[in-house]
Design a protein around this ligand. Structure first.
Ligand code: SF4
Length: 341
C-alpha cells in the first residue's frame, strides 16, 4: 500500500511511473487533492474520471493514513489533539494560536529516550520512532480534520527529533513540498536537547532557513546532568563547539530554551554562567517558567524571579523572551506532553 503522506511529489511520480507506467500528471492531481484540499475521495477528480482504468488500478493500492484523532482538549484557542496510530500507540500534538496564524507542535517519537527530569514524556520511556507519514500526518490532521490554519511547525512535542533523524528529514521534505503543504523551512523550528552528532549531521545538510532551538536549562555541567542525562554524554563544552561550527544564515540566531526552576537553576550565579556559555553565539533566549509535573518535586518560579533572571541576562546584551507556558491546565505546555489529559 502506498501511503501518500510518506512522499514528496517527485518520489510519488517516480513510484507511479514504476508501478503503473503513468507518472507526473496523475501524481500531481492526487497530491493537490490530498495535501491542499484534504480530499481523500480523489477518484472523482477530473483527472481520474478521464482515466477510469488507471483509477481502478490505483484503488486499494494507495491510501492516506495520518492516524485517527481520538481526542481533542481545548484551552481557549489552544488545542491539544491525540492521534492513535496503526499499532494502537498514541501521540500528542498541540495547535498554538499566534498573532496571525497557528503554530503546530509536532511529536517525532512515541515516548523518548532522553529522560529529562522535568519532562512528562521522558518519564514514559521510549516506545518507537514515528515514520515519515506519522510525522506528516499530524499536519494533515490539524489542517484537514481539525480545520486549523497551520503555518508554522515546531518539533517540540514528544521525542527528541534528532534521535529520529532520517524520518524527520523525510517529513520536513514532504511538508516543504510546494505542491503539497508548502511550509517554508524558515517556518519550521527543530528543538533538540543537544544531541551533538545530530547537530553535526544537520550542519552538513546546511538547510537554509530551518531554525534550531536547543534546550539548555542549566549553565553548568553538574546541574545540567542532573536535569538532562544527555549532558553526561555531550557536556556543555562539546555542545557549544557543535553550535560554533553550525552554519547559521546571515543574521540568523539560535533559539535557546531555559526552563527556570525555583531553587535549582535560577540564581544570579546561574545567570552569569549562562551569559558566559552564550557568548559569542548569536542567541535568542526563551526563558520558560517551569510547569509543575505530577510526581516531581520541582517548583515553578515566582513572577519576580522570572523578571530578575531575565533582567540579569538582558543587562549583558542577551535577547530574552519570557514565557509563562500556555496550556498548563491541559498538560500541553513544554515538557508535559504524554500525560494524555
Ligand atoms: S524534554 Fe524532549 S528530549 Fe527531554 S525527555 Fe522530554 S521529550 Fe525527550
Amino acid at each position: 500500500m502506498i501511503n501518500i503522506l510518506e512522499f514528496t511529489l517527485e518520489r510519488l511520480a517516480r513510484i507511479f511511473d514504476q508501478e503503473f507506467g503513468k507518472g507526473r500528471f496523475h501524481a500531481h492531481a492526487l497530491y493537490r487533492d490530498i495535501f491542499k484540499q484534504g480530499n481523500e475521495n480523489f477518484f472523482v477528480s477530473p483527472e481520474f474520471l478521464d482515466s477510469p482504468r488507471f483509477a481502478k488500478a490505483l484503488k486499494g493500492k494507495v491510501s492516506v493514513a495520518p492516524g485517527e484523532v481520538v481526542k481533542t482538549v481545548d484551552e481557549g484557542e489552544l488545542t491539544k489533539f491525540i492521534t492513535r496510530l496503526h499499532d494502537g500507540l498514541e501521540i500528542e500534538s498541540v495547535v498554538i494560536p499566534m498573532t496571525r496564524h497557528n503554530t503546530l507542535c509536532i511529536s517525532s517519537q512515541v515516548g523518548c529516550k532522553m529522560g529529562c527530569k522535568f519532562c512528562e514524556t521522558g518519564r514514559m520511556g521510549f516506545k518507537r520512532n514515528l515514520s515519515i507519514s506519522e510525522i506528516v500526518g499530524q499536519v494533515y490532521n490539524a489542517r484537514h480534520r481539525l480545520k486549523k490554519d497551520v503555518k508554522n511547525i515546531v518539533f517540540m512535542g514528544m521525542g527528541e527529533p534528532l534521535d529520529n533523524f532520517d524520518n524527520l528529514m523525510g517529513a520536513i521534505g514532504v511538508m516543504n513540498e510546494q505542491q503539497g503543504f508548502d511550509i517554508a523551512l524558515r517556518h519550521m523550528t527543530l528543538s533538540t536537547v543537544g544531541l551533538v552528532p545530530g547537530i553535526e549531521r544537520l550542519a552538513r545538510l546546511a538547510m537554509a532557513g530551518l531554525r534550531l532551538a536547543v534546550s539548555i536549562n542549566a549553565p553548568d555541567d553538574a546541574t545540567r546532568s542532573l536535569l538532562m542525562p544527555i549532558n553526561t554524554i555531550f557536556p556543555l563544552a562539546h555542545l557549544k563547539k557543535s553550535l560554533i561550527n553550525f552554519p547559521l544564515p546571515r543574521r540568523g540566531v539560535f533559539l535557546f530554551e531555559y526552563i527556570l526552576i525555583r531553587g535549582l537553576n535560577d540564581s544570579p550565579a546561574h545567570a552569569d554562567l549562562l551569559a558566559d556559555f552564550i557568548h559569542p553565539l548569536p542567541v535568542r533566549l526563551n526563558l520558560i517558567a517551569y510547569n509543575p509535573v505530577k510526581g516531581l518535586d520541582h517548583e515553578s518560579p515566582s513572577d519576580d524571579q522570572m523578571h530578575v533572571f531575565a533582567d540579569l541576562l538582558s543587562a549583558k546584551g542577551i535577547m530574552v523572551i519570557k514565557r509563562w507556558s500556555r496550556g498548563r491546565s491541559v498538560a500541553a505546555g513544554c515538557g508535559q506532553l504524554g500525560r494524555n489529559t
